[in-house]
Design a protein around this ligand. Structure first.
Ligand code: NAD
Length: 329
């Protein structure tokens, strides 16, 4: 069976080629992002394997279905970018990788917290320039601080375990409380209360119509002055322009983003020779208390291997008429 992997990077090629050894799958790697313009490349491919910034709206799905595609195999947990109603109408099955390594994403969120707090990004540059001064590098002990976890599923729980290990007090917000968090001593609150009480807030909920712009100008006003916000969930959980005002006023003391609302046109590409056209991102990058990574939280060897193994298993099981990890609207 022919499988076309859109948006594939060299690390995808490595992990998928290794995982496919001994199988009958015929994998083709396409670095291009899937859009209406590139969908024709999938002509004749029964399976299209897509990542988070590939476009899977009704028009693209229609084009894929017309070209003979029958399965969309997402190599991600999130599926907010797929028009599931259109897929169903067109008879396209959609499968995903519900869990690969919650630790990968949770640990990256913690890496952002530690780097921001201890200003590692500034210290790194300073010592390389021969400047061994410490002014402006004062951090705070994580021990005893209050951390708010928004979305306490697999990644949120892994994150909470690590923060509990630092001796932090845990607050949580999720419509479905997780007993594991309660066992860690977490207190479930409503979102405004969590935002008022937490010194650090980390977002781990999916992007849905209910969570779009969960963090906005109004919710940023509820934060403790100087609070830290970490987003490794999805860019549109946050109203990004509102962050700029909160950073300028000092209401937001630290910001760590691994995801960005408008990332689809930018992330996973080397654009260092080109003028940055996104003025919101450009402004965010000027703040000394902001670290932005380009959607790399998932990028560990263990996660890549698990993504490849589960995706190929999803395809093989679907072909055998015994599908798993189906996503339905
Ligand atoms: P999960 O399904 O295990 O957990 C999600 C949790 O969010 C659930 O407990 C759910 O009840 C909760 N939730 C749903 N609606 C909510 C709301 N309105 N408010 C608060 N909580 C809500 O998913 P997961 O594996 O923990 O992944 C969480 C998200 O992380 C994914 O949806 C994805 O967007 C993101 N993610 C990012 C990366 C990355 O590389 N940056 C990688 C993987 C996943």
């Amino acid at each position: 069976m022919r499988v076309l992997l859109f948006s594939s990077q060299h690390y995808d090629q490595e992990s998928f080629t290794q995982a496919a050894q001994g199988s009958a799958l015929d994998l083709h790697f396409q670095p291009t992002r899937l859009t209406l313009e590139t969908a024709a490349l999938a002509q004749g491919y029964e399976v299209v394997c897509a990542f988070i910034n590939d476009e899977l709206d009704a028009q693209v799905l229609q084009r894929l279905a017309t070209g003979g595609t029958r399965l969309i195999a997402l190599r991600s947990a999130g599926y907010n970018h797929v028009d599931l109603a259109a897929a169903q109408r067109l008879g396209l099955a959609v499968v995903r990788v519900p869990a690969y390594s919650p630790h990968a994403v949770a640990e990256h969120a913690v890496a952002l917290i530690l780097a921001l707090n201890r200003r590692l990004h500034r210290a790194y540059n300073r010592t390389r320039e021969g400047d061994f001064t410490l002014h402006g590098l004062t951090g705070f002990d994580l021990h005893g601080k209050t951390v708010g976890v928004v979305g306490t599923g697999q990644i949120g729980a892994a994150f909470a375990r690590i923060m509990a290990g630092f001796g932090c007090q845990l607050l949580a917000y999720d419509p479905y409380p997780n007993p594991e968090l309660l066992a860690l001593g977490a207190r479930y609150l409503d979102l405004p209360e969590l935002l008022r009480e937490a010194r650090i807030i980390s977002l781990h909920c999916p992007l849905t119509e209910h969570t779009r712009h969960l963090i906005n100008a109004q919710s940023l006003n509820q934060l403790q002055p100087g609070a830290m916000l970490i987003n490794t969930g999805r860019g549109a959980l946050v109203d990004t322009p509102a962050l700029i005002d909160a950073l300028k006023s000092g209401q937001l003391g630290y910001l760590g983003l691994d995801v960005y609302e408008e990332e689809a046109q930018l992330f996973f590409e080397d654009r260092s020779d080109l003028p940055l056209q996104d003025d919101v991102l450009a402004r965010l990058l000027t703040f000394p208390n902001v670290i932005i990574t380009a959607h790399q939280a998932f990028l560990t060897r263990e996660a890549l291997d698990a993504i490849a193994a589960t995706t190929l298993d999803n395809i093989i099981r679907w072909a055998a008429g015994n599908p798993q990890n189906l996503v339905s609207g």
